[in-house]
Design a binder for this molecule. Sequence first.
Ligand SMILES: Cc1cc2nc3c(=O)[nH]c(=O)nc-3n(C[C@H](O)[C@H](O)[C@H](O)COP(=O)(O)O)c2cc1C
Length: 191
Amino acid sequence: MTRKADFDIDPLFLERWSPRAMSGQPVAEADLRRLFEAARWAPSSGNSQPWRFVYARAGTSDFDRFFGLLAQGNRPWCARAGALILLAARTVNDQGKPMPSASFDTGAAWMALALQGTKMGLVVHAMGGFDAERSKVEVGLPPEVVPCCMIAVGQPGSVEDLPEPYRSREQPNDRKPQATFVSEGKYTTGS
Ligand SMILES: Cc1cc2nc3c(=O)[nH]c(=O)nc-3n(C[C@H](O)[C@H](O)[C@H](O)COP(=O)(O)O)c2cc1C
């Protein structure tokens, strides 16, 4: 489908989507740094900046370890990723006080990274399908840092190289209308 906005927005919001077709080419370290830089400028509660990124580039033993954390359903297409990133959130502030907004703020950082990747013509695809418990050990997260998602980043590839069922699913999806999630004054959108 072709995405169409109901109101006038920047095309970047429609252009960002989550493809799976990647070429297997590496993503340059400098390009990864540009993605993390976009994330760096995300807003956060008290400017606490709770996001934590740990990355592994294709062709390294780190990549193999990260790949091994992925759910089976994410492996066939992630084999051609240029990098895998674990995104985690630090749940306490520098004084050790709980930061309830940590995952909210980390989500903002993810979106900044995703939009920057879209601008750069890269595939950026978030995944909840990974072994979060094992990732803590494998990546060495301290107890106060919780895994949020894995992110596949890559150079775009050809859809024909994707195995089924991914190939036939390889197109941008749609969204529910605003009436299902926006209301004025009182919550009227149902559950
Ligand atoms: C937190 C999170 C977890 C996700 N987990 C997976 C996943 O495990 N595998 C997958 O193929 N896509 C995953 N996705 C991608 C979503 O399916 C996708 O973002 C959603 O369908 C909206 O499509 P779009 O990103 O193309 O706009 C995830 C996205 C997010 C934000």
